[in-house]
Ligand binder design. Structure first.
Ligand SMILES: Nc1ncnc2c1ncn2[C@@H]1O[C@H](COP(=O)(O)OP(=O)(O)O)[C@@H](O)[C@H]1O
Ligand SMILES: Nc1ccn([C@@H]2O[C@H](COP(=O)(O)OP(=O)(O)O)[C@@H](O)[C@H]2O)c(=O)n1
Length: 225
């Protein structure tokens, strides 16, 4: 059966990676979390005391940085220069700096090049902010996931508590809203629904309901090919 590409975009904590992972498993496709790549570069910049506004320094380190997304039974693992950073890239320090790193045109160009390489041949579910608009503009299925900022902050809060991370719901709401604003207002490839993407408001939907909607869109497309 022909393998298609599925692009899932949307604001922070809308449920993109959760549903992308399940859809990829159901279809036996590769799952690619592009946010993890920007997070890994941000972690390296913070650890190297590089200013997140210094585009030239960031591109210099990116050119000497290996970011790998490995698939394990426990989900996706993220390796930065051969070191497992799966947990470290989710700290609030990384979350609060990543949008500044992701603003830079040259950083994005290099990340997009790597992401497109991962997707050669199809059979991928990729999530991020610019997948339907820039990384995979010809993806057969494009979805834009939404949920109210209150709902998204509550979901991330619960997730943090489950992981044993410190978490303050009100602060999280502000941080998520600020990150969405920076991601939506940047000049290069801002967070935006592609014209041909299907919008799904997940505020009152369960994970399973969102997965079913995306699976239905994928099956429809596979049948048409
Ligand atoms: N439809 C949903 N209903 C309730 N919780 C959800 C839903 N989708 C995702 N979640 C939870 O919300 C949190 C954030 O989801 P995640 O997939 O990390 O979002 P994103 O990848 O968009 O940042 C996770 O803890 C996840 O389990
Ligand atoms: N394709 C992408 C993916 C992420 N990003 C950036 O990376 C950040 C982290 O993405 P993420 O998907 O891990 O974030 P969460 O929604 O999981 O919190 C985003 O806030 C964006 O600044 C991006 O610019 N383009």
């Amino acid at each position: 059966m022909k393998k298609i590409s599925i692009a899932i975009d949307g604001p922070a904590a809308a449920g993109k990676s959760t549903v992308a992972k399940i859809v990829a498993e159901k279809l036996s496709y590769i799952y690619i979390d592009t946010g993890a790549m920007y997070r890994a570069l941000t972690l390296k910049a913070l650890n190297s005391e590089i200013d997140v506004n210094d585009e030239q320094k960031l591109i210099d380190i990116l050119n000497h940085t290996n970011i790998e997304l490995k698939h394990s039974q426990n989900g996706q693992l993220v390796y930065l220069d051969s070191e497992n950073v799966t947990t470290e890239i989710r700290t609030s320090q990384v979350s609060n700096n990543v949008s500044f790193v992701a603003k830079h045109k040259e950083v994005r160009e290099e990340m997009v090049r790597r992401q497109q390489e991962f997707a050669v041949g199809g059979g991928v579910v990729m999530d991020g902010r610019d997948i339907g608009t820039h990384v995979l503009p010809h993806a057969e299925v494009k979805v834009f996931l939404l949920a109210s900022v209150e709902e998204r902050a509550e979901r991330r809060h619960l997730e943090n508590l489950q992981k044993g991370f410190p978490s303050d719901l009100e602060k999280l709401k502000e941080e998520i809203a600020l990150r969405d604003k920076i991601d939506s207002e940047r000049e290069t490839a801002p967070l935006r629904k592609a014209d041909d993407a299907i919008e799904i408001d997940t505020t009152s939907l369960s994970i399973q309901e969102v997965v079913e909607k995306i699976m239905a869109l994928a099956e429809e497309r596979v049948e048409l090919i």
